[in-house]
Design a protein around this ligand. Sequence first.
Ligand SMILES: Cc1ncc(COP(=O)(O)O)c(C=O)c1O
Length: 348
Amino acid sequence: MTSTLSEGNTPPRARLGSWPTPLEPAPRLAAALGLGPDDLWVKRDDLTGLGGGGNKIRKLEWTCGAALADGATVLVTTGAAQSNHARLTAAAGARLGLRVVLVLAGSPPESGPSGTPANTASGNLALDGLLGAHVVREEDRTRLAARAEQVAEELRAAGEVPALIPFGGSSPLGARGYAACADEIIDQAPDVASVVVALGSGGTMAGLVAGLGDGRVLGVHVGAVDEPARTVADLVSELCGRPCDPHALRVRHDQVGAGYATLTEPVMNALTLAARTEGIVLDPIYTGRAMAGLAAAVADGDIAAGQRTVFLHTGGLPGFFGHPTTVARAEAGLLDLPGDPTTPSSTP
Ligand SMILES: Cc1ncc(COP(=O)(O)O)c(C=O)c1O
């Protein structure tokens, strides 16, 4: 573990993922973005293994480690309806023999005639069910944490030992997983100048900053929290036991568009480009925004040719299938990039 973490006993860790994840070159994508062929590498944290993979596994190793040490019988967490964190908490619970309750924003899918679902749960929600999680819906997003507390109380009254896993898995403890990822990146690409990552609840970027320093991590805000830089800085301060100035962090705010759940044109272009140059599938909320942020950073000179850049692929593939607009546009073949010779419409 990196020496920048605050000192003290190392907390217990549950082994859930496959480490280290690969670091793969992306020369065709690099060229399409305006970088040199050896400049861009993809850290495949979509290949962490359990439950379809993704960044949340690294955090869950620590938060579930603590839950097991506390004698937990059930994990309780919160998220959006298409939360990758919720799906992976369900998978972690299955792996560890713990029950899982997910408190998710929104209302349940509508029922069709004679109990058949008309508007079937898709993407992450379908996997939550497959993995055996119990899903509680909360229509008021601002009440998710309070509702999770209430669920935990009810479980305690029924004789269970609930462990509350924080929103997005982002706590100083969970962020330890990404300090370890930073160590992997330094081993695999010692000359890395920038690591580009989606910034949701902040724990992933915080752990990377703990391991790589303030200046080498570029977070692309997805619209999940109100003050992304402060959220990350607070996590770094607590994790490392040193002050972290939010203004010293590299955070882009230009990819949120009309809001967290919306699909923007730059993200559609990023999804298409990554898929058609490297066969890499991104999602419309997180990794698509991070890739659109990388393209914008190259365009405005924040990231330049000749510097080693690592794009952190944090997973989220089920979220692609849980986003009706993205699926419809992909199916309709409307994602063609103007003038792109790899698009079907312009190939013979
Ligand atoms: C696929 C994916 N990438 C990135 C993130 C962002 O990670 P964090 O919440 O640690 O900022 C998330 C969070 O839900 C995610 O699901």
